[in-house]
Design a protein around this ligand. Structure first.
Ligand code: SF4
Ligand code: SF4
Length: 410
């Protein structure tokens, strides 16, 4: 189906879309970086003269500044270049980001730079997340997974990455999958990754503990932020993993970036970063900045993670403020008679309204197989969110992306 077929084109979508894309201020595609001015220089990105805080990533021994870059939402190579020039050394990407263009962009940025001046982590999904792998097992599954990883290396222009993650795990059995463990070990033995790990942003404590229990991984990339109701459980699981020698990288640290969809109330990014980095078991965080100003703001934390009383007040820790971040707890799901994948839809909602990454939002919605109007004639929403989200409204809003052609945001 094309935009024309369904009476929808870019113009009408921007004008009439319930998703309020026009209100997002977003051009189709990703949020655009601002022009580099004085704030976009390497010298300005960190506090002048102050030493960056560097930590060791568990038993890998990798030494990384506490602020790294999650490149997922960035589409301006100049911002990535400025991050490296500023002193960021660790870039996080994934096989699926921007349909591979994210890895290609990083490949262009790092081309010609000394190989020991940066570290790269990428992620490949297993059968728990990638439909093309479902139904496979044994050698065919491992080969398909490793072929995807080879494609990632090619896009990056590298012979190896520092970390290869099994991406997006929400249950212990995902990280315990013997085929995935073996495939990762094969990549390591072939010298294509120095270390292996897993990522999780749902059911994190159980996944972290299962990962630790396998003794098969080196690094865990986990969602970890001040808005999680279960943050103390995450903290405890992270402590156990770190004690076992695993390196811990934190993501989703800024919890959706805004308190509101209208983007009138920005979350205090520095405070959010400092909050997670005050857990000494976290080696580094990977905020997904996309502009030079955001780089400057996030990277300024690298020299000082002191949480001030003002920072703590800004984080509203005692409040149940809804915001845009869905903690993926799944407590709303049993209340929906249609069994909709509400946590994933809420994550897509955050990508759209918090990160302004409409392509990622679209791809996630499309991957879920939901209809454009999944709530249909359901008159009264019985899916109650513990964080106070208006679930039906958000589901209806974000699901409209389903009607948009796949290449609309490319
Ligand atoms: S309105 Fe939508 S999300 Fe709510 S219960 Fe009905 S189908 Fe589920
Ligand atoms: S929508 Fe609310 S209840 Fe449902 S998974 Fe997200 S935070 Fe949990």
């Amino acid at each position: 189906m094309t935009g024309k077929d369904n009476g929808l084109n870019r113009r009408t979508f921007l004008r009439t879309g319930l998703t309020g894309l026009a209100a997002l201020g977003a051009a189709p595609g990703l949020a655009k970086a601002t022009t580099p001015g004085p704030a976009g220089t390497a010298q300005d990105a960190g506090a002048a003269g102050a030493k960056p805080i560097v930590r060791t990533l568990g038993k890998t021994g990798l030494r990384i500044p506490v602020v790294s870059m999650g490149v997922m939402n960035a589409d301006n190579p100049a911002v990535v270049r400025a991050a490296l020039d500023a002193g960021i050394t660790f870039l996080d990407t994934a096989h699926g980001y921007q349909r591979g263009r994210n890895e290609e962009m990083i490949g262009q940025v790092i081309a010609g730079r000394p190989r020991d001046s940066y570290m790269i982590a990428t992620k490949v999904p297993g059968p728990q997340r990638d439909r093309t792998l479902q139904g496979l097992s044994g050698e065919p599954l491992q080969k398909a997974f490793l072929d995807m990883f080879d494609t990632s290396l090619k896009r990056l222009g590298l012979g190896h990455v520092e970390i290869l993650y099994l991406h997006n795990n929400s249950a212990p059995e995902h990280v315990q999958n013997p085929d995935m463990i073996e495939a990762l070990q094969k990549a390591k033995k072939a010298g294509k990754c120095r270390f292996t790990g897993i990522t999780t942003h749902s059911n994190e404590p159980a996944v972290i503990r299962a990962t630790t229990g396998t003794k098969a991984y080196d690094v865990i990339l986990t969602a970890y932020n001040f808005k999680q109701d279960h943050r103390e459980e995450v903290r405890a699981a992270v402590a156990e993993a770190a004690a076992a020698g695993l390196g811990i990288v934190a993501m989703k640290t800024q919890a959706g970036a805004y308190w509101d969809k209208e983007k009138q109330q920005k979350i205090n990014m520095r405070a959010a970063l400092k909050w997670v980095l005050n857990d000494a078991n976290v080696t580094t965080a990977i905020p997904g900045f996309t502009t030079f100003d955001q780089l400057k703001e996030d990277f300024s934390v690298v020299t000082d993670i002191t949480l001030t009383p003002e920072d703590l007040a800004d984080l509203r820790l005692g409040e149940q403020a809804a915001g845009l971040y869905c903690q993926q707890c799944g407590q709303c799901v049993p209340g929906c008679p249609k069994g909709l994948p509400i946590p994933d839809l809420m994550r897509s909602y955050m990508y759209a309204y918090g990160y302004r990454n409409l392509q990622a939002a679209h791809e996630l919605v499309a991957s879920l197989g939901v209809e454009a109007e999944p709530c249909g004639s359901c008159e009264s929403c019985t899916a109650v969110c513990v964080k106070g989200f208006d679930v039906a409204n958000r589901v209806r809003d974000i699901s409209r992306l389903r009607a948009v052609p796949g290449d609309f945001f490319a």
